[in-house]
Design a protein around this ligand. Structure first.
Ligand code: GDP
Ligand code: IMO
Ligand code: MG
Length: 423
C-alpha cells in the first residue's frame, strides 16, 4: 500500500514523528515539495534529529529515501545535512538517498531576494528566509537552474549568466544591494554538483519501477494545507502545493498509485510566521501551550503561535486532501487543561461562516464559534491503547471524528517513537 502523510494545518503537526513510525513498513519514503523551510523532528531513544530536506525515514537503515522533482534543493543545506548525519554515525550512500535530476536548485541570490522582498513588504509573510519563494518563482518563470545543470558546465554557465544579467540589475537598482559575481557562484555550484552526483537520478523512473515491483512507498508532505500555494491562507503561504495534489506533479507518480492519505493534525493548532489565525489564543494561554508543547520552530527557532483546534479549517483540509485516515498528534499537551475548545464556525460582521473562506478580511476578522469539552486532567504519555485513554480524551477524539467525517487511526501522546496509540 502506498501512503501519503500531509500536514492538515499550518505545518509542524508532527509529520516527522509519524513518518518515522510509518516508514518501518515501507520500502521508500519520498519528499515531494517544499525545501529546507521544513523542519521535521524525529526522536529515537535519547537522540533528536531534525530533517530539513532528507526524508524523515533516513534513520531506518536499509530503506530508500527520495528527494523528488517537486522539492527545491539548497545544495549547501543538503550537503550539511548529509555531513551532519555522517558525523552522528549515519553515512548515506547513493542507494539510500536518491535526488531528482530535475529538482530545482536554491541559489544564493534566492535566499537574499527572499529576505530583501520581505523587508520591503508592508504585509510580511514571515518566511523562513531560505529562498524558497524566489526559487519556485524562477522555476515557474522558466529561469530556474536544475540539479542536472550542475553537471553540465556549458548549461550552468548560460543559465547563470542569464539570471545574473537580470537579477544583478534588480539587486542593485531596486534594493540597493550588491552585484553577484558570476565566477564565484559558477565554481561553487559546479563543486556542489560533483558532491551530489552519486545521489542523482531520474527519481520518477525509479519510483515507477518500484511501483511495478510492488514496493511500498510513503510520500512525506512538508508544510501544511493552509500553507499550500492554492488552498492556503494566501498570501501568507509557502510557494508549493503542500496538499495531496502535490504528490503527483512533485514525483511523477500517477494518482492511481496512491492508496491511502493520512492527514496529520495537532490536537490544537499552531502557526509560525504571519497571517490570519482565527482560533489563536490570548497571550497567557499562548505562552502556556507553547511551553507545554515546546512550540518553537524546528527550522528558525521562532516561537509558534498557538490556538484551539479549528474544525472549520480541518474539515476543508480533509476534503481537499482526500484524507481517509486522521492522525491526532500531541494530545498529551492538553493533559492538564480543565476545558478544551473546538471551533465549529466563525462569526464575521454578524454572519456565521461554517466553511473556510478565502477572503483575507473574513479570515483576519473571524471570531470563532466554540464548543467546549471537559478536559481529562491526567497524564496520557504512558498509554498505548485507545481503551486506556481517559473517557474525556476519547470523547474529544470522537468529537473530532464526527466533525471531520474520517476515523482517527493514530493518536500521538509524546514526542518519542513509541509514544503512540494505533487503533
Ligand atoms: P513536522 O514539521 O510536522 O514534522 O513537526 P515538527 O517536528 O516541526 O514539530 C513537532 C514537534 O512536536 C517536534 O518537536 C516533535 O518532537 C514534537 N512531537 C511530535 N509528536 C508529539 C506528541 O505527541 N507529543 C509531544 N509532546 N510532542 C510531540
Ligand atoms: P514543516 O514541514 C511551519 C511558513 C513560514 C511562513 C510561510 C512561508 O516543518 O511543517 P517560506 O519560507 O516557505 O516561504 O515561508 O510558511 N512555513 C512553515 N511553517 N512549518 C513548516 O514546515 C513551514 N515551512 C514554511 O513560517 O509563514
Ligand atoms: Mg516542522
Amino acid at each position: 500500500m502506498n501512503l501519503v502523510v500531509v500536514g492538515a494545518q499550518w505545518g509542524d503537526e508532527g509529520k516527522g514523528k509519524l513518518i518515522d513510525i510509518l516508514s518501518e513498513k515501507v520500502d521508500i519514503t519520498v519528499r515531494f515539495q517544499g525545501g529546507n523551510n521544513a523542519g521535521h523532528t524525529v526522536i529515537v531513544g535519547d537522540k533528536e534529529y531534525v530533517f530539513h530536506l532528507i526524508p524523515s525515514a533516513i534513520l531506518r537503515r536499509g530503506k530508500t529515501c527520495v528527494i523528488a522533482n517537486g522539492v527545491v534543493i539548497d545544495p549547501q543545506a543538503l550537503l550539511e545535512e548529509i555531513d551532519g548525519l555522517k558525523k552522528r554515525g549515519l553515512p548515506i550512500s547513493g542507494k539510500q538517498l536518491k535526488i531528482s535530476a530535475n529538482a530545482h536548485v536554491v541559489m544564493p541570490y534566492h535566499r537574499v531576494m527572499d529576505q530583501l522582498r520581505e523587508g520591503k513588504r508592508a504585509n510580511k509573510i514571515g518566511t523562513t528566509g531560505r529562498g524558497i519563494g524566489p526559487c519556485y518563482s524562477d522555476k515557474v518563470g522558466r529561469m530556474g537552474i536544475r540539479v542536472i545543470d550542475l553537471f553540465n558546465p556549458r548549461v550552468l554557465k548560460a543559465k547563470l549568466a542569464d539570471n545574473l544579467n537580470e537579477k544583478n540589475d534588480i539587486f542593485v537598482k531596486v534594493y540597493g544591494f550588491k552585484n553577484y559575481d558570476f565566477g564565484e557562484i559558477y565554481k561553487e555550484y559546479l563543486a556542489f554538483g560533483r558532491r551530489l552526483k552519486p545521489y542523482v537520478c531520474d527519481t520518477a523512473l525509479f519510483l515507477n519501477q518500484a511501483i511495478k515491483q510492488k514496493k511500498k512507498i510513503l510520500f512525506e508532505g512538508a508544510q501544511g494545507t493552509f500553507l499550500d500555494i492554492d488552498f492556503g491562507t494566501y498570501p501568507f503561504v509557502t510557494s508549493s502545493n503542500a496538499t495531496t495534489g502535490g504528490v503527483c506533479c512533485g514525483t511523477g507518480v500517477p494518482p492511481t498509485a496512491v492508496d491511502q492519505i493520512v492527514a496529520a493534525f495537532k490536537a490544537y493548532t499552531t502557526r509560525v510566521g504571519e497571517g490570519p489565525f482565527p482560533t489563536e489564543f490570548g497571550k497567557a494561554m499562548n505562552e502556556c501551550i507553547r511551553s507545554k508543547g515546546h512550540e518553537f520552530g524546528a527550522t528558525t527557532g521562532r516561537p509558534r503561535r498557538c490556538g484551539w483546534f479549528d474544525a472549520v479549517l480541518a474539515k476543508y483540509a480533509v476534503a481537499i486532501n482526500g484524507a481517509s485516515v486522521l492522525a491526532i498528534m500531541k494530545l498529551d499537551v492538553l493533559d492538564e487543561l480543565d476545558e478544551i475548545a473546538i471551533a465549529t464556525a466563525y462569526k464575521y460582521k454578524g454572519k456565521i461562516y461554517k466553511e473556510y473562506s478565502h477572503d483575507w478580511d473574513v479570515l483576519a476578522g473571524a471570531k470563532p464559534v466554540f464548543e467546549y469539552w471537559p478536559g481529562w486532567k491526567t497524564p496520557t504519555r504512558h498509554l498505548r491503547r485507545y481503551s486506556q485513554l481517559p473517557k474525556e480524551a476519547r470523547r474529544y477524539i470522537e468529537r473530532l471524528e464526527d466533525l471531520l467525517g474520517a476515523p482517527v487511526k493514530y493518536i500521538s501522546v509524546g514526542s518519542k517513537r513509541d509514544e503512540i496509540i494505533i487503533r
